[in-house]
Design a protein around this ligand. Structure first.
Ligand SMILES: NC(=O)C1=CN([C@@H]2O[C@H](COP(=O)(O)OP(=O)(O)OC[C@H]3O[C@@H](n4cnc5c(N)ncnc54)[C@H](O)[C@@H]3O)[C@@H](O)[C@H]2O)C=CC1
Ligand SMILES: CC(=O)C(=O)O
Ligand SMILES: [Mg+2]
Length: 475
């Protein structure tokens, strides 16, 4: 399973063809001869020396694409400039844009949306800051903020390389929940500087979605921002993941007939997602939960420099089990992976209790190849979009922020997260529930609706909603 696998068999070959050498018909014939299906040929540019063409070809897989490239390279006067797949093409020029709600056609329009008209609006907000919610984009706009230090499972690849993920999150906010979100990739790592910077950016936004910030820095950054800002701050990799995970587990346990309080759960990867998922499971009633990281199981008799691990070890692993993943996974009912690719072995799965549940959620490559795990598990889920049972925070963040914005919640609290998890789980009815359908698709329109309503209800119940119920179109 490769990082780019599973997206498409459509490839675009950009080639430079020198004038008077191999004719285009021969180039097409070579592609067809390898089994490539040409679906389009475009001329990109042409001059007295030759022509640049884009040739769109349906291929079987990467190896087939490579074969076509090698065949083309052998042709006289033909040079391959680059080969792109559909995933790369979808990213050309980025994935989102800003659009105006009003068109400015004449001076009259201009003087209303810009100076001098806009000055009166600015003054109104200066006199009464809450008017920013009705007169600017603040009420519907979220900052998706990263420093690029824990991007998916790719690690610290930096803020620039993190952009495609943040644009993707922004896109999903808009598509699924009509929330306007903007990617902000900060070139800094110091938590103090990050807190200061995010606070300085906050006036333009109705909420802050922290993304892919490495642990343990992410905990301090989120805690401080929550304390110091009056808008919701939500670290997606912690809480969005935990919400989606709990939703999946609530339904998976219905299939295996086991109770939260009785199961043994092993969480592999005690970083941002792992700590939040564990805490959510503990508050949902799990008693025997063991966290495992690179050096094996975390337990209360060990010393950790990381204070979050010290706290974690105190509240988990009641039987003080020690050893590596293969040792502590024996007789576990549930494996939760939020760590690294391919670290769970088939023998580990086989050593689990009857009807094991395996949620291998590392992205883009899960802890175990689903094909290897399938014969030995009762319920299997991954974080990926190309298989069944996708447990991914995209099930949570659009709806939870939709709800928080609609009732103008000052924070996203535990009750709102629990309500979101139950709402996601409830989308799958008992009649529909099966091993391969424990969690609704992100495309199921019920998800955002149910999460929004449940989150708003919990926000009013816990006193963090700042809008009247009527204005929030709720209740
Ligand atoms: N499906 C989903 O919705 C989500 C999946 N994830 C995935 O979970 C993984 C972790 O993400 P974060 O918690 O944000 O990163 P993080 O960097 O905060 O934590 C990762 C943890 O995994 C540990 N780890 C790495 N290799 C390990 C190994 N071989 N064995 C045991 N532990 C190991 C690290 O030491 C670290 O403590 C990533 O692959 C990410 O893509 C994260 C958030 C959401
Ligand atoms: C899904 C997500 O947020 C992650 O893998 O980091
Ligand atoms: Mg993430």
């Amino acid at each position: 399973m490769s990082v780019s696998s599973g997206a498409s068999t459509y490839m675009l070959f950009r080639i430079q063809k020198e004038k008077g050498r191999t004719p285009l018909s021969d180039i097409a014939a070579i592609i067809e001869k390898t089994g490539g299906d040409i679906v389009g040929i475009d001329v990109i540019s042409s001059d007295h020396t030759g022509t640049i063409h884009d040739i769109a070809v349906n291929v079987f897989d990467q190896a087939h694409s490579q074969l076509i490239s090698e065949s083309l390279q052998k042709l006289d006067g033909v040079k391959i400039i680059h080969v792109s797949d559909r995933t790369f093409l979808a990213h050309l020029g980025g994935k989102i844009e800003i659009a105006s709600k009003i068109s400015v056609k004449n001076r009259d329009d201009l003087s209303r949306v810009y100076t001098p008209g806009v000055a009166g609006i600015c003054t109104a907000i200066a006199e009464q800051p809450s008017k920013a919610y009705s007169l600017t984009i603040k009420r519907n706009t979220i900052a998706v903020v990263t420093d690029g230090t824990a991007v998916l499972g790719l690690g610290d690849i930096g803020p620039l390389a993190a952009m495609p993920v943040m644009e993707g999150k922004a896109m999903l906010f808009k598509q699924f929940a009509d929330v306007d979100a903007f990617p902000i990739c900060l070139d800094m790592k110091d938590p103090d500087e990050m807190v200061r910077t995010i606070k300085a950016l906050a006036p333009a936004f109705g909420g802050i979605n922290l993304e892919d910030i490495s642990a343990p820095r992410c905990f301090e950054i989120e805690e401080r921002l929550k304390r110091e800002l009056d808008i919701p701050v939500f670290h997606d990799d912690q809480h969005g993941t935990a919400v989606a995970l709990l939703a999946g587990l609530l339904n998976a346990l219905k299939i295996t007939g086991k109770q939260m309080s009785e199961i043994k759960v092993v969480v592999n990867g005690i970083g941002a997602a792992g700590i939040a998922c564990s805490k959510m499971l503990l508050s949902a009633g799990v008693k025997n939960l063991i966290g495992v990281d690179r050096n094996g199981a975390l337990h209360r008799n060990a010393h950790y420099d990381n204070p979050y691990w010290t706290e974690f070890a105190q509240i988990t692993n009641p039987n003080v089990e020690t050893g590596n993943l293969s040792e502590v996974i024996k007789n576990a009912d549930v494996f939760i992976g939020v760590s690294a690719p391919n670290i769970l072995k088939v023998d580990d799965v086989r050593s689990m209790a009857k009807d094991p549940i395996v949620f291998a959620m590392a992205n883009p490559i899960p802890e175990i190849d689903p094909e290897l795990a399938k014969p030995y598990v009762k319920v299997l889920a991954t974080g990926r979009s190309d298989g069944h049972n996708q447990i991914n925070n995209v099930l949570c963040f659009p709806g939870i922020f939709r709800g928080a914005l609609d009732c103008r919640a000052s924070e996203i609290n535990e009750a709102m997260k629990l309500a979101a998890a139950q709402a996601i789980a409830s989308v799958v009815t008992d009649d529909e529930l099966s091993e391969t359908y424990i969690i609704p698709s992100v495309f199921n329109q019920e998800v955002v609706k149910k999460v929004r309503d449940a989150v708003i209800e919990a926000a009013y119940r816990t006193g963090v909603a700042q809008k009247s119920m009527r204005d929030a179109s709720y209740g």
